[in-house]
Design a protein around this ligand. Structure first.
Ligand SMILES: *Cc1c(COP(=O)(O)O)cnc(C)c1O
Length: 421
C-alpha cells in the first residue's frame, strides 16, 4: 500500500481547517529522499542536482531543496525569478530554455546563471542580446537523434524531438564559442521522461561522456560539467519498483572511469535536473467525493478536476487513489473517479477497483508532487487549488492559497466592458 503521512483522523481535522481540494507536500519525506539521492551520487568528485522548477514551482519547496544542496533548473523568466526569491542564485541556476526571448537571456546573464543553449543559431542571438559578447560559461543541449533508442512516449524519440543540437553541430558550436573567448563549457542532454530502467541512464551518460571526449579531441575545448537532464521515473503503479539511485550512480561511475578518466577530463562535474523523483512521490492531491451516479458505469464525482491534476486526462497516466479511513476495506467496487470539467477525459481513474465510497469521503491521489498543480489551468472557469506543507514537526503551513474568482478575472478590463457596445 502507498504511504501517506497523516492518519485518517489527522486528515479529517486538516480538511476541517483547509477545505478540499488541496495539495499536501511532505517535507520530511522530500528531505530524506534528497539526502539519499545526493549520497548515491557522492561517488563523483562534484555532483549537483538542479531541481526542475517547473515540476513544483513553489518557493517554499525550492527553499527546502536549496537547504539540501540543490540548485534550480529553469526555462522561463518567472522560474528564474522564483529561484532567485528562494535564495538559489548564480551558478546554482541552470537556464535550460528553448525558443527563448532575448530579455530572458539578459536576466539570466545579469544574475550569473548558467545558460544552456538549445541551438547553434542561439550563439549569435545570445551575443546580440548581451550587447556583443558571450558569457564566460556556456552549455549546449545535445540531441543524439538516431543514436539513442528506447525513449518513451512522454518525450518521444530524439529524432522527432524539437530540442538540442545534432552531434555535428555540437562540435561546431564549441569551436565557435572557443574562438569567441568563452572560457567554461558544459554539455547537457535530456532524452527520457519517467524512465525506470537504470541502464537507460547509464547508456545516456556513456553517449555524453564519449561526446565530451570527442569535443576535446576535435576542438581542444575541455568540458567541465555534464548535465544529464531529468527523466528518472517514479513508480506510479503499485506493481512498479522505485529506481535504485545507487545502481544508476554506480553504472554511470563505471562509464566515467572507462571514458572520462582516460580522456583526461577528470574531474568532470556531474549534474542532474530532475523534478519528478525529487518531489513527485511526496505530494498528494486531497479531494472529497461529492457526487455518485449510476448509469452504464458507476461514477464518483470529486470536488476537484483535471484543472488541478491533468496527467491522467492528458497522458492517460495512472495515479494511485486511496480512500482515507478505508485503507483496509475490500476493494469490491469498480468506479470511474471523475472531475467536474466538461471534458470526458477528466477522469482521475478509469474502471478502478476501490472500496465502497460514500459521499464526503476523502480521497488521496498519490504521486502528485511533480507536474501536478504546476500543470493546472483555468479552462471551464475552474479555480486552481492551493497547497499546504506538512512540516517535519507535524505542523501544516499553507504555502499557496486557492485561486479566487477575482484572480481569474484579473486579466480582464471590466471597466472597459461596461462602456463597450
Ligand atoms: C521537464 C524537464 C526536466 C525535469 O524532468 P523530470 O521528468 O521531472 O525529472 C529537466 N530538464 C528539462 C530541460 C525539462 O524540460
Amino acid at each position: 500500500m502507498k504511504y501517506f503521512p497523516l492518519t485518517h483522523e489527522q486528515l479529517v481535522q486538516l480538511t476541517d481547517k483547509v477545505p478540499t481540494p488541496f495539495y499536501l507536500y511532505d517535507e520530511k519525506a522530500i528531505r530524506e529522499n534528497m539526502k539519499k539521492f545526493t549520497k548515491a551520487f557522492s561517488i563523483f568528485p562534484v555532483f549537483r542536482e538542479y531541481y526542475a522548477v517547473k515540476a513544483c514551482p513553489n518557493p517554499y519547496i525550492l527553499k527546502i531543496l536549496a537547504s539540501e544542496g540543490c540548485g534550480a533548473d529553469c526555462s522561463s523568466l518567472p522560474e528564474l525569478m522564483l529561484s532567485a526569491m528562494s535564495g538559489i542564485k548564480g551558478k546554482h541556476v541552470m537556464f535550460t530554455s528553448n525558443e527563448t526571448p532575448a530579455e530572458e537571456f539578459k536576466y539570466a546573464y545579469a544574475n550569473g546563471n548558467i545558460i544552456n543553449l538549445d541551438d547553434i543559431t542561439h550563439i549569435p542571438f545570445l551575443k546580440e542580446a548581451l550587447g556583443g559578447k558571450l558569457p564566460d560559461t556556456i552549455c549546449f543541449r545535445y540531441n543524439p537523434g538516431p543514436l539513442k533508442h528506447g525513449c518513451n512516449s512522454i518525450i518521444g524519440s530524439p529524432e522527432e524531438a524539437k530540442y538540442g543540437l545534432t552531434r555535428e553541430q555540437m562540435i561546431e558550436a564549441y569551436r565557435i564559442c572557443k574562438e569567441e573567448g568563452v572560457k567554461h563549457f558544459g554539455l547537457h542532454t535530456m532524452v527520457a521522461s519517467n524512465e525506470l530502467n537504470p541502464a537507460f541512464f547509464v547508456d545516456t551518460a556513456k553517449l555524453v561522456f564519449e561526446l565530451a571526449a570527442e569535443v576535446q579531441e576535435k576542438t581542444g575545448v575541455r568540458i567541465e560539467f555534464v548535465d544529464l537532464g531529468g527523466g528518472l521515473g517514479i513508480p506510479y503503479k503499485p506493481d512498479q519498483k522505485a529506481i535504485d539511485y545507487d545502481e544508476v550512480a554506480k553504472g554511470i561511475r563505471a562509464e566515467y572511469d572507462r571514458v572520462v578518466v582516460p580522456a583526461g577530463l577528470d574531474p568532470l562535474e556531474i549534474y542532474w535536473e530532475c523534478g519528478r523523483p525529487i518531489t513527485g512521490p511526496y505530494g498528494y492531491l486531497i479531494a472529497k467525493a461529492v457526487h455518485e451516479k449510476h448509469i452504464y458505469r458507476e461514477y464518483i464525482g470529486l470536488d476537484s478536476c483535471m484543472a488541478d491534476l491533468m496527467r491522467p486526462g492528458m497522458y492517460g497516466a495512472y495515479h494511485e487513489i486511496t480512500v482515507s479511513g478505508k485503507e483496509n476495506a475490500p476493494k469490491d467496487q469498480v468506479y470511474d473517479v471523475v472531475g467536474s470539467l466538461c471534458e470526458n477525459c477528466d477522469k482521475f481513474a478509469v474502471q478502478r477497483q476501490l472500496p465502497k465510497i460514500d459521499m464526503g469521503d476523502i480521497l488521496i491521489i498519490h504521486d502528485a508532487g511533480a507536474h501536478g498543480r504546476a500543470m493546472g489551468f483555468n479552462y471551464n472557469g475552474k479555480l486552481r487549488c492551493g497547497e499546504v506543507l506538512l512540516r517535519p514537526d507535524g505542523k501544516v503551513v499553507e504555502i499557496r492559497r486557492r485561486e479566487t474568482i477575482n484572480d481569474l478575472f484579473a486579466t480582464l478590463d471590466l471597466d472597459g466592458v461596461e462602456s463597450f457596445n
